[in-house]
Write a protein that binds this ligand. Structure first.
Ligand SMILES: Nc1nc2c(ncn2[C@@H]2O[C@H](COP(=O)(O)OP(=O)(O)OP(=O)(O)O)[C@@H](O)[C@H]2O)c(=O)[nH]1
Ligand SMILES: [Mg+2]
Length: 270
């Protein structure tokens, strides 16, 4: 969800719902705080006021710095660690802007998009790609004067989703309204997540997706390490400015330039 959509408030409410059922919950955030609007540790903990007092809930402070890729990898590692430590439910929070959703999508079982009812043109502000990743869209702040608007927004989203191609899992993404602040519609959302879990487990998709993610992270780590090794090597550092200026002045094509650098790199390894 975008800043202000009510992620922290919702995690607090959803989290309490689960903790009361005897679950152990870990909450991780993926956005480096430079991107966040005041997403400091204290800020998040005061927004998750109830949850932060629960001994069966662990809230990891938001990373304070680092590249998105680095933060994403650490979050993935933390998920594995939390599972090993006995947390049976893990929330990964991300701000609905930028590239972080793709990284999140590659580490979660279920992707929930939090939206707000707007002026009727809410669909325009959302990247199609993000909507395509969502297993459900939930419209927050369906309380007080806002209930009708939220229901209308839900209808818009349902109609929009109908135009999308079927999802890989065969699951039809659901649209629900709720109020994180007043705790309305929370049970319905969790029942729906549960329904998905049964659906995907029965079809085998759940396990298949996890295995694909496991593989993806291995190759992602390899790619990252290779890239670093390349760009940090002495051979590349000294040759790069020259090749770059050659391609900029059309003395070399981009492809020949790339080959020249790669050759120099591989030679330096021998
Ligand atoms: N009326 C109403 N207000 C809400 C609800 N949920 C959150 N809010 C309010 O919306 C504001 C933003 O809520 P947050 O939970 O901090 O939103 P967030 O998505 O975590 O925001 P960032 O951390 O800035 O990305 C706060 O003032 C909340 O009190 C709700 O269900 N109904
Ligand atoms: Mg927040």
């Amino acid at each position: 969800g975008v800043p202000g959509a009510g992620k922290s408030t919702s995690i607090d409410t959803f989290g309490m719902h689960l903790v009361k059922q005897g679950r152990r919950l870990a909450v991780l955030a993926i956005d480096p705080s430079s991107e966040r609007s005041g997403g400091s540790i204290l800020g998040d903990k005061t927004r998750m006021e109830q949850l932060s007092r629960e001994k069966n809930a662990f809230i990891r402070p938001s990373p304070s710095a680092g590249s998105l890729g680095g933060v994403a990898r650490k979050t993935r590692e933390t998920i594995v660690l939390c599972e090993a430590a006995g947390f049976d439910t893990i929330f990964v929070e991300t701000v609905g802007v930028g590239q972080s959703e793709t990284a999140v999508h590659s580490m979660v079982d279920f992707f929930l998009l939090i939206q707000l009812a707007g002026t009727g043109d809410e669909l325009q502000g959302i990247k199609r790609g993000i909507m395509e990743m969502a297993d459900a869209i939930v419209i927050n702040k369906a309380d007080g004067d806002n209930i009708d608007k939220a229901n209308l927004a839900a209808t818009h989203f349902r109609n929009a989703l109908h135009l999308f191609p079927p999802t890989e899992s065969g699951w039809r993404p659901k649209v629900l309204t709720y109020s994180g602040f007043y705790g309305l519609g929370i049970k319905e959302i969790w029942d729906m997540v549960d329904e998905y879990r049964h659906f995907a487990t029965d079809s085998g998709y759940f396990e298949e997706k996890r295995q694909r993610q496991t593989k993806w992270w291995m190759y992602e780590s390899i790619n990252e390490a290779l890239k670093n090794s390349f760009y940090q090597s002495e051979a590349i550092r000294s040759l790069r400015p020259e090749v770059e200026s050659d391609i900029l002045s059309d003395r070399l094509s981009s492809f020949v330039g790339a080959q020249r650098l790669l050759d120099a790199y591989f030679k330096s390894l021998k």
